[in-house]
Write a protein that binds this ligand. Structure first.
Ligand SMILES: [Mn+2]
Length: 307
């Protein structure tokens, strides 16, 4: 049995691509099961509810030598805790490739806007039947990761696939549906500040040191920024406990395409201001026109710190 795993701090694309790929493998008579590595965010819950699909089981670790398929990630730091004991047999992803494997494996990495786009492409290429529910999940994954085609990670292919999928799903006003998704995601009132910071949080290795970067994509930036004082404390704490070189949290206004970043210490603030020419508004670092961690934030960190 192949275990399909998305990344930690799961988002809609990671969960929906895992479910979508599980259904795809079923059609190929390959036995598999989708799992998540953590609690679902409110956007993903909204999407699963909307299409009446139950959430995959959550796992922390898997038994030694289990066969796993990684979707939507390929870095150790973002994967299951006991990754080293497991056998990666396949990767489906749309991020930069970082992983090393000891055997040849199946890898499908493509610079598309979402992992759901890659999975949807596979269905269409095989001419497989897609149920309305599964088409809906993949459509939602594309909308979520591309911020309804606003993110610079969006490609023409993503738009094409979304339109193809929506022929099956039949949502009349797709933009309205996307706003419902983003509003669900923006509802963070029940989260502690640490949960908020870790909602969409990944650890990266730059120049041999660990950096934590969380983002909050929102339709109401105040839901994040009003907690500045607490966020500052939480970031400093995470930096210390997880032995990181720096921790950053960016609140991203989806509609205005603006970002507001809070840092774990003054040193990281200086670094961030230098890297992005950010405007320091009382420990909130403002940068216009940045929405994508993958395409606009990470590459700048890499260029500066990977020496
Ligand atoms: Mn993704």
């Amino acid at each position: 049995m192949k275990h399909i795993l998305g990344h930690k701090n799961p988002d809609t694309d990671t969960v929906c691509s895992a479910i979508g790929y599980h259904e795809f493998l079923k059609l190929k008579n390959v036995e598999s099961k989708a799992f998540t590595l953590g609690e679902l965010n409110n956007e993903t819950k909204f999407v699963l509810d909307y299409f009446g699909i139950s959430a995959p089981d959550q796992v922390q670790e898997l038994p030694q030598n289990s066969e796993i398929i990684l979707v939507d990630h390929n870095e150790d730091s973002q994967s299951i805790d006991n990754l080293d004991d497991l056998e990666i047999v396949e990767i489906i992803d749309h991020h930069k490739v970082k992983i090393q494997t000891d055997k040849p494996i199946k890898i499908h990495v493509e610079p598309l806007g979402s992992s759901c786009s890659i999975v949807a492409k596979k269905y269409f290429a095989k001419g497989f039947h897609i149920s309305r529910e599964i088409a809906g999940l993949m459509l939602a994954g594309i909308i979520s990761d591309t911020l309804y085609f606003r993110s610079p990670t969006t490609t023409e292919k993503d738009k094409e696939l979304a339109m193809e999928l929506n022929k099956i799903v039949g949502i009349e006003d797709l933009e309205e549906f996307s706003i419902q998704m983003f509003d669900a995601k923006s509802n963070v009132s029940e989260l502690t500040t640490e949960e908020l910071v870790k909602l969409d949080y990944k650890v990266f290795d730059f120049g041999g040191e660990g950096y934590g970067i969380g983002v909050m994509e929102t339709t109401n930036k105040e839901f994040g920024l009003e907690r500045k004082a607490e966020i500052l404390k939480v970031l400093a704490k995470i930096k210390k406990t997880d032995k990181l070189k720096g921790v950053f949290f960016s609140v991203i206004d989806i509609f205005k395409k603006e970002s507001y970043t809070i840092c774990s210490s003054e040193e990281e603030e200086k670094l961030f201001i230098k890297m992005f020419d950010a405007e320091n508004r009382d420990q909130i670092l403002f940068v216009d026109n940045i929405v994508s961690r993958k395409k606009e934030i990470i590459p700048v960190f890499e260029k500066t710190l990977n020496k």
